[in-house]
Ligand binder design. Structure first.
Ligand code: AMP
Length: 587
């Protein structure tokens, strides 16, 4: 297949912000595509070469790209560099440079999708000495034969800035529309949720049909998309929702891990965002290896930092030190040892347990480990009385947890991969304010600082995620709760996401000074939720021409780097919080 055909689709996708139109464009293209190319098409459209959980990522430095463009076009690097400063987008730079040069050079062979993919793969995999040269060579090789418009997308993907805004759910909708129709979408989604590999799902659907997808099972090595919890603010509501009785577990405040242990006892750890984080937690890996009596398992748990002197659990931030490369890992492990609390078992000895009820999974979990100092089972109790839940909640707080996680024990209490639902309900600490819970918001813009904040951001424009529309809707300007170090660090943290204009998936009535790709998620606590004509969160849903806004928002100090922007608090969740708040006032 020619790369040009895919680029035509990119152009069409870029010209719309409507999710429906995007789905339509992709579905039409998928229908025509060769099944053997579909996998690559799906990855490339999302700016990737592999599923998310593969460690190899594209994202070479702009400098290397500029060198490759200079090498191919003969234009001086400095001129290209100046153009990049002006344009901001490496794609536009490549297109402009080649538009001028290519009118006369027509000696090129049309690029195939396979060739582009192959070169990009070699670029992503190149390591060690000589890798820079190899990367430039591979890039120059395809740029030489690329048309200006093709070079635009090559430049974007190779620098990790594809940004077509095609969400996983849009690809799933398009696959359903192209091959089976809406009724079977669930089968496709389920296959994705247990393999986390859209390319694989697309290829199987195209070449073997929906029946083959139905037969897909979880497998060790392929992360399963995390099951998520809804929230309620009282034990009464929780018990009522759960049919009067359910399991309650401590809700640990740490980092979620999904551990895959294969038949050789080789262990891989995945984060909640399905990144391979095995290398960050060698101590967890060896503790798990010691504790496991079974092989071939997939289990989930929370890694919590503990105080080396008192053995007490510490706040989550202490373990996030591991993520920064600045820290020496062995020092971090010594200063902030972690303890793992396991709470689920999704696969054991060849049996996929994701369709089994919760208590069966818990039994499997208890069977496959010998708990140790560092690997433990989550505290659990099956309760049916409000007073008992309150007491257990107090104990959880006393032990340094965030609250409780209620889990359904009904026949239908399966592991709902990739879904947020009421089979799990979180019950967190009440804060002394009208807004009883924190929210996780996405940074979409920023305002220049004044006075003492001159030179840094004065405030950030924060948004909720609208999961129906796949858009980000503003809900507040966040200006408090920052210490000086955070204020100073924010510009460089946000630099990789900086855009020339508002991101197509953002809905804002405010004109920010800077715009960002929705990426960074921050935990925020406000005093209350109000109606406001300036913000777009759930606009006109409660009242015509008004959205929801958070008053007096404060950053809690917690960056939710474990959350994807599409896992932020949703606009509908905010509506529910607003309604609950109203109910409280009425009472
Ligand atoms: P939140 O991040 O506030 O949406 O809460 C959900 C998170 O709580 C999960 O993703 C887990 O990382 C964490 N968690 C802590 N303890 C448990 C538990 N016992 N069961 C399930 N999840 C838990």
């Amino acid at each position: 297949m020619l790369y040009r055909e895919l680029v035509r689709v990119y152009e069409a996708l870029e010209s719309t912000t409507s999710r429906l139109e995007m789905t339509e464009i992709l579905a039409n293209f998928f229908k025509e595509a060769d099944c053997s190319s579909l996998r690559k098409i799906i990855y490339l459209t999302q700016g990737q070469l592999y599923p998310d959980f593969y460690p190899q990522k594209l994202g070479i430095a702009d400098k290397l790209l500029l060198r490759a463009i200079s090498f191919t076009s003969g234009v001086k690097e400095q001129i290209i560099q100046d153009l990049l400063v002006k344009e901001g987008d490496p794609g536009n730079v490549a297109q402009k440079i080649f538009q001028e040069k290519k009118q006369t050079t027509l000696f090129s062979t049309p690029l195939t999708l396979e060739r582009v993919y192959d070169n990009l793969r070699r670029i992503a995999e190149a390591e060690g000495s000589g890798s820079q040269d190899l990367k430039i060579k591979m890039l120059a090789d395809i740029l030489h034969d690329a048309s200006p418009i093709e070079s635009k997308y090559i430049a974007r993907i190779v620098t990790g800035k594809m940004r077509l805004g095609v969400a996983d759910m849009t690809v799933l909708d398009a696959l359903a529309q192209a091959f089976v129709g809406k009724d079977e979408r669930d089968v496709i989604e389920r296959a994705f949720n247990i393999t986390s590999d859209l390319g694989l799902v697309g290829e199987i659907l195209c070449s073997e049909g929906v029946e083959a997808l139905r037969k897909i099972r979880v497998s060790v090595g392929n992360p399963i998309r995390a099951m998520l919890a809804e929230r309620l603010s009282s034990p009464e509501e929780i018990l009522e929702k759960m049919g009067g009785r359910c399991a309650f577990e401590y809700k640990y405040d740490g980092v979620r891990i999904q551990a895959h242990i294969d038949s050789q006892k080789k262990i891989k750890l995945f984060s909640r965002r399905l990144e391979d984080i095995t290398d960050q937690f060698p101590d967890v890996v060896s503790a798990l290896r010691e504790a496991f009596v079974s092989k071939d398992v997939i289990i989930e748990g929370e890694c919590v930092p503990v105080d080396i002197n008192t053995g007490e659990m510490l706040p989550f931030q202490e373990v996030s030190h591991r993520r920064g490369r600045k820290y020496d890992l062995s020092v971090a492990i010594e200063d902030y040892p972690v303890r793992t609390f396991l709470f689920d078992c999704l696969y054991l000895d060849g049996v996929d347990l994701t369709e089994s009820p919760f208590l069966e999974r818990r039994k499997a979990l208890e069977k496959c480990i010998r708990p140790s100092e560092d690997v433990r089972l989550s505290e659990i109790r099956i309760l049916d009385r409000v007073e008992d839940v309150e007491r257990f909640f107090e104990e959880a707080l006393k032990d340094g947890c965030e609250g409780l996680m209620a889990k359904s024990i009904g026949e239908d209490s399966i592991y709902r991969a990739g879904a947020r639902g009421f089979l799990w309900i979180k019950y967190k600490k009440e804060y002394r304010s009208e807004m009883s819970d924190t929210v996780d918001l996405v940074v979409v813009g920023a305002f220049a600082g004044r006075g003492r904040r001159k030179g840094v951001y004065g405030a950030l424009l924060m948004a909720t995620y609208n999961d129906k529309e796949d858009s980000f809707e503003t809900v507040c300007k966040l200006g408090s709760g920052f210490d000086d170090a955070t204020l100073a660090a924010l510009p460089s943290m946000l630099e990789p996401y900086k855009l020339q204009r508002m991101h197509p998936k953002v809905r804002s009535k405010l004109e920010a000074d800077y715009w960002f790709e929705p990426a960074l998620v921050m935990e925020v606590l406000g005093s209350e939720i109000t109606l406001s004509p300036t913000h777009t969160c759930s606009y006109s849903l409660i009242k015509k021409d008004a959205g929801l806004a958070i008053r007096f928002p404060r950053f809690t100090g917690r960056f939710r780097s474990d959350k994807d922007p599409r896992e932020a608090t949703t606009s509908i969740e905010l509506v529910e919080m607003y309604k609950r708040q109203l109910k409280k006032i009425e009472e």
